[in-house]
Design a protein around this ligand. Sequence first.
Ligand code: AHG
Ligand code: MN
Ligand code: MN
Ligand code: MN
Length: 336
Amino acid sequence: AADSVATSDFLTLQRYIMLTSKDQELAVLLSALSLACKATARACNKAGIALLFGLAGETNATGDDQKKLDVLSNDIFINTLTNSGTCAVLVSEENEEPIIIDPAHAGRFCVAFDPLDGSSNIDCNVSTGTIFGVYERISTGFATVDDILRTGNDLIVAGYCMYGAATELVITFKNQGVHRFTLDPSLGEFIHTHSNVTFPEDGGKKIYSCNEGNSSNWDPAIKASVEYFKAGSKPYAARYVGSMVSDVHRTILYGGIYLYPADAKSKNGKLRVLYEGFPMAMIVEQAGGVASCGLFKGTIQRLLDLVPTSIHEKCPVILGGERDVKLVLSKYKELG
Ligand code: AHG
Ligand code: MN
Ligand code: MN
Ligand code: MN
């Protein structure tokens, strides 16, 4: 009933932020982020008609072939965030170096973002997303990269936008739970649909989600965990979109586990700490789930405790409900 009240009440993201935060600068930042998500949604919707599919011709800092839409969405985010006057440092998957905004136009916030997540799916019309994490700067004067090279525990806001059947923004403020907003395209507004989103209490659906094509290179604990999920007369279902945003969104709402572990070829995994690992880990924990790197650099690491030393650093990602992530961690204790 609360949901239908919220919907018929047309609680827009804008009004929600003004009601819940007295911080005007943060409200301006979030309206810039939501504008950039809307512009990216529109670009994805029109891509086939506007001839925006295909490669841009360059590779980014982590070696990905950039799509035209990676570049376009990145331009959209950089423009809106820079012009909002609320940011001091921007880190994007698509920019080799951090962008330091000069003090005359800078604000209090540092944003790390993946402008288009799952861009390998874009040309076949499968869901993509945007991921972002927000810090408050510590320096004064010219900001530095150290304002953003910080543990995930310092994040003040994390969110993702999913460009799926609907465009949906999922956001969390520190210790305020996870909230869902759906874009009404005819209004051009994100409308609040769900408060305090949590993983299903009992662990939910038995689903495991990973790129099993990499399994021959996995370590013994990940291999054993996935074998466990598949064993018996009622095995887990396999679901893998290949867009982190979509796979994590489903994992939160339906339950189960999402893994992009390290393997013999990629010792740190594939996903990037600042703009994929951290924001998703914060959302998952705020929704009552667990986000871990598994056994990484000699210890079992909670993902948000990492301290990155470079902006495109990668880490293994294991996240989901307690039932399933605990199983993987117990396999690490058993098998190393
Ligand atoms: P991006 O499109 O932002 O570069 O991210 C790609 C990531 C993530 O979205 C997805 O979960 C993962 O790469 C898929 O990797 P595989 O193709 O190796 O499964
Ligand atoms: Mn990429
Ligand atoms: Mn990504
Ligand atoms: Mn991306």
